[in-house]
Design a binder for this molecule. Structure first.
Ligand code: NAD
Length: 296
């Protein structure tokens, strides 16, 4: 089957994931429009521009080459959302909050070209909730493409379609993700947390609870719940730093509100005061002042 090529991609949300996804698309030689919110009135594109700079100086190897960086156009959703009409694939990678995602889709519906794919990078929010209130045309072009962190190194991509999704369009994106981005695309059902986060969040929460209850240091807990348990060198707390400490409450809220009441996760999900304190003080992990571990 010949599939229409994806010529331009838009990534909305230039944080940990959006910046990494945009870098990977550009590394694949495909132009990207990277949009975020306006945080500084005097420098309206500063968030997306800052993301490009971060990708160029990522350690130990840059996430994006200088050549690829020339393919990234930066902007903000207030001034440049209409440029989405030029893109064949719009990837939403904004914060894990349903109401914010829904309000962005409402705006996107007005500016995108019908027939182009709109996908969410949500970790936990069911597709049926994301598209609530949207038109049939939007629902047909919408699905979930869940990348893993960091997109540069993680090959897995979960693809979640809904009952209304145009499967030819999903096949087009699957082909692009496979051929250009080098992903291993796995179909997942529209269940809370899909596959990896349904398992991963349960396991992270259990490890954090145990460490808190037993009064273990982060290093002690990771010595057990890291390499010996088959987790790459980050360990559990290092993984939370990588994912973003600030993402944790959103994941928890989203899962507890969507999983059945008798799901094992419901029994162990609990507020961790230390995490709330860290977020309030800017210790959001590698993207902030550091997290459970300091930045080098
Ligand atoms: P992040 O906090 O690092 O970045 C989110 C970005 O979205 C920020 O730059 C913020 O300014 C921007 N933003 C917020 N509201 C916006 C809006 N209305 N319009 C445009 N931009 C807006 O978050 P992240 O960790 O990159 O997560 C993004 C998405 O990817 C979430 O849905 C998350 O669940 C998912 N995800 C995260 C990881 C991870 O490891 N961090 C892994 C897989 C999936």
């Amino acid at each position: 089957m010949s599939v229409a090529p994806v010529k331009k991609v838009c990534v909305i949300g230039a944080g940990t994931m959006g910046a990494g996804i945009a870098a990977q698309v550009a590394n694949g030689g495909v132009p990207v429009l990277l949009l975020d919110i306006v945080r500084d009135e005097n420098d309206r594109n500063s968030v997306a521009e800052g993301a490009v700079k971060r990708m160029l100086k990522a350690d130990p190897a840059p996430f994006m080459s200088n050549r690829a960086a020339k393919l990234v156009e930066t902007g903000n959703i207030e001034d440049h959302l209409d440029k989405v009409a030029e893109c064949d694939w719009v990837i939403e990678a904004i914060v894990e909050k349903l109401s914010l995602k829904q309000s962005l889709y409402e705006k996107l519906e007005k500016v995108r070209t019908p027939g182009t794919a709109v996908t969410s990078n949500t970790s936990t929010i069911p597709l049926e909730n994301l598209v609530e209130g949207r038109s049939d045309a939007f629902k047909s072009d919408f699905f979930i493409t869940h990348f893993f962190n960091p997109p540069r190194y993680m090959r897995l991509l979960e693809l979640v379609t809904g009952p209304a999704t145009d499967m030819d369009l999903a096949a087009r994106i699957r082909d692009f993700a496979d051929r250009v981005l080098g992903k291993t695309v796995v179909d997942a059902k529209d269940t809370p947390g899909f596959i990896a986060n349904r398992i991963g969040t349960l396991w992270i929460q259990a490890a954090i609870n145990a460490a808190m209850d037993l009064g273990l240091t982060v290093e002690e807990a990771d010595a057990i719940a890291g390499r010996p348990m088959g987790v790459p060198k980050t360990g559990v707390f290092g993984l939370v730093d990588l994912v973003g400490v600030d993402l944790m409450p959103y994941l928890q809220e989203s899962l507890t509100s969507t999983l059945p009441k008798d799901d094992p996760y419901q029994a162990i999900a609990r507020d961790i005061p230390l995490i709330n304190k860290m977020i309030a003080e800017g210790y959001t992990g590698r993207k902030g002042k550091g997290g459970f571990y300091r930045l080098n």
